[in-house]
Each structure stands twice: as structure tokens, then as C-alpha cells.
Design a protein around this ligand. Structure first.
Ligand code: ZN
Ligand code: ZN
Length: 355
């Protein structure tokens, strides 16, 4: 935690005296505080956490590197006092999170120059330390064990919601503190919806079923997708689409190493899909960073200029979606290492018939 504060101090623009952190994921990352309400002030000399009465004891225990103070009765008065005490004249803030009304309130009450910044803490969050990687591995293990538990319940005639509900129960039972997003369970023609949330639709013989889901463990997310066939052998076209997506993913994984740029990584998979004639039907980016948030940096889509470096965690999730017919997506979450990558997932990827 003290290293994170040091790295942040180096990242704060020279013209600013301190950064005000309000965004919850950033706040937890920098301070360790897991409650729902606190304001961090981090400058060269200062590391202050302002919270309310409910959280004083918790914050003092969780945040050894911060001075913890109760901001009652009025936040802006306490904040102004803290700025004056630390001689802060220019205050950087998270401009992609602070609302318009909060900005005006701060501007009116604090009497300092406010400097908009974006992504200062987010950039640090992109490179995970060993503890973060361990939490994400644990989340992935929970997800795979839950999936294995639920697959025997999938057969023609059960609804997408039935599958999703049982999967959610298995995830929670195995230690997920929450789900990072609503489970995507899309069957048959609905599998062409890349983000088709589970519906009342009854799964039919011969359907594709795409399950995209994750778990949160110690505040860290995982994200995975598998696509199955239900109740029948795959048709030739289903096999062709599936094997194209799988080949695209395998090619991308074999190209993954530090120094690669997001869009170049995306292109490896996209080229495989385009060569089979499905280029137009892969309408999203190849992947995204994962961490405290299920979608964070670095980007791994066709426009991403982000450079991969060891410690980054990204998803690799090519897909093909044919409206009215169905779709396939396969997603693993991987850690970029010094020499290549390490896959958090080991769940089989051969096309499998359920039920
Ligand atoms: Zn996913
Ligand atoms: Zn994803």
C-alpha cells in the first residue's frame, strides 16, 4: 500500500499539489479502505482520509498509511481546513468521476485551483502485484468450479434463467462475494446477442448456449465465457463457426507478449475470423483489462494504443454473431508475463454437447 502511494505521488502532475480521490475502486486501491464513503487527499507530504462517524474505526484499521479524520459536520469545511493545513493551492481531481454539481461545490467552497485529471490511479491499477493476481486466480477457480457444477443441469427444456440462477448460486456458495455483472446466458438465436442477459427462453435441442460470467473475490473480478451445444451434435456450420472462434483465440494467445499494442493483438484474432468470411460479424474488441473493475485498462480492441506489460490482466474473447442464427464467444482471462502470458482459466474449450 505504501508503494502504491509513492507511485501515485510520482504520477500527480507537477503543477498540482495534491489529488482528491473519490472514485471507490481508486480509493480502495490506494488506501485499502473498503467502506462506502470516504475522500482521499494525497499530496507530496499528505495522505489524509476523510470519512464519517460510521467508518472511523474501520478506516483506522484498514488504512495504516493514512491519517483518518471525521469530516463532520460539513465535508467542504473539513476539506478546506486540510488543504490550508497542507498549503495546497492547486488540487487535481478525477474529472471523469466528479459530477458537475460536486465540481461547482468544490470550486465555490475550497478556494483553490481545481485541475481536471483522468486515469492517474487507473493507470497504476493496470499492473497487478502478486496479491492481486492471487485474488484473481482465486476468482477464476471459483468461476470454473461453479460452471462445472451447473453444466449437468443444462438440457433441452430448461430456461436460460434457470441455468443463470443455478450458476449464480454455485458461484456464491463457492466463495464469490458478488458477481461482477449479471450472468449472460444466451441460447439458440439469442446467442447472436453478445450481451444477451438470461431470459425465460427455453433452451432447445441443437441450440448454442453462451455463458459469460464471473466472480468477485477480495474485491477482484474474473471474467470468462464458454459456448456449448445442447442436446445434439453440432451441425457443420456450428462446427465451422466454433472452430474459427477457437482458432482466433489460440492465435491471439500465441502472439501475446509484453510490448504488443492492444490493436495489434486484436488484429491477430480478427484476421483469423476475417479469413473465414466472418469479419463483419465480430463487432466488438478482442478484450479488455480486468481488476477491481471487470472492465478497466488496458484496452485490447481494434483502436487501442495501449502497450502490454508484465502484470497486466486482460481478457481474450473473440466472437462471431450471426443474427437470427446464433453466435459463439470464447473468453479466457490471462496475465501478461515477462515471457508471454499465463492463463487464469483451464476450463476445456473443445466444442461440447450438454444434456
Ligand atoms: Zn465476459
Ligand atoms: Zn469480458
Amino acid at each position: 500500500m505504501s508503494q502504491r502511494i509513492d507511485r501515485l505521488r510520482q504520477a500527480i502532475p507537477a503543477e498540482a499539489d495534491a489529488l482528491l480521490i473519490i472514485k471507490p475502486d481508486n480509493r480502495t486501491y490506494i488506501s485499502g479502505f473498503t467502506g462506502s464513503n470516504a475522500y482521499l487527499l494525497v499530496g507530496r507530504e499528505v495522505a489524509l482520509l476523510l470519512t464519517d462517524f460510521r467508518y472511523i474505526e474501520q478506516a483506522s484499521a484498514e488504512c495504516p498509511y493514512f491519517v483518518v479524520r471525521d469530516y463532520a459536520p460539513v465535508l467542504s469545511d473539513s476539506l478546506k481546513q486540510a488543504l490550508d493545513d497542507a498549503n495546497i493551492r492547486v488540487l487535481a481531481f478525477e474529472s471523469d468521476f466528479v459530477t458537475f454539481s460536486t465540481y461547482h461545490e468544490l470550486k465555490e467552497k475550497l478556494g483553490v485551483t481545481l485541475m481536471p485529471t483522468t486515469g492517474l490511479v487507473e493507470k497504476l491499477r493496470q499492473v497487478k502485484d502478486a496479491g492481486e493476481v492471487e485474488n484473481m486466480q482465486q476468482a477464476a477457480l471459483i468461476a470454473e468450479a461453479a460452471l462445472a457444477e451447473v453444466l449437468p443441469m443444462v438440457k433441452p427444456g430448461v430456461s436460460e434463467k434457470f441455468v443463470a440462477l443455478n450458476l449464480e448460486f454455485a458461484l456464491r456458495k463457492r466463495g464469490a462475494e458478488r458477481l461482477p455483472f449479471d450472468i449472460i446466458a444466451a441460447s439458440g438465436p439469442r446467442s447472436s446477442l453478445p450481451h444477451g442477459r438470461a431470459s425465460e427462453r427455453l433452451i432447445e435441442r441443437g441450440d448454442f448456449l453462451t455463458l459469460d460470467f464471473g466472480a468477485v473475490y477480495n474485491g477482484y473480478c474474473c471474467d470468462m465465457t464458454r459456448t456449448f451445444i445442447v442436446g445434439a451434435k453440432a451441425t457443420l456450420e456450428q462446427e465451422r463457426v466454433y472452430s474459427t472462434v477457437l482458432a482466433a483465440q489460440e492465435q491471439a494467445l500465441s502472439a501475446l507478449r509484453p510490448g504488443l499494442i492492444g490493436r495489434a493483438f486484436d488484429k491477430v484474432a480478427r484476421d483469423v475470423i476475417t479469413a473465414q468470411g466472418y469479419g463483419e460479424r465480430f463487432g466488438h474488441g478482442l478484450g479488455h483489462g480486468v481488476g477491481r473493475a471487470v472492465h478497466e485498462g488496458p484496452g485490447a480492441g481494434s483502436k487501442s494504443e495501449d502497450l502490454f506489460s508484465p502484470g497486466m490482466v486482460i481478457t481474450v474473447e473473440p466472437g462471431i454473431y450471426l443474427p437470427g442464427w446464433g453466435g459463439v464467444r470464447i473468453e479466457d482471462m490471462v496475465l501478461v508475463t515477462e515471457t508471454g502470458y499465463r492463463n487464469f482459466n483451464s476450463f476445456p474449450k473443445e466444442l461440447t454437447t450438454l444434456g
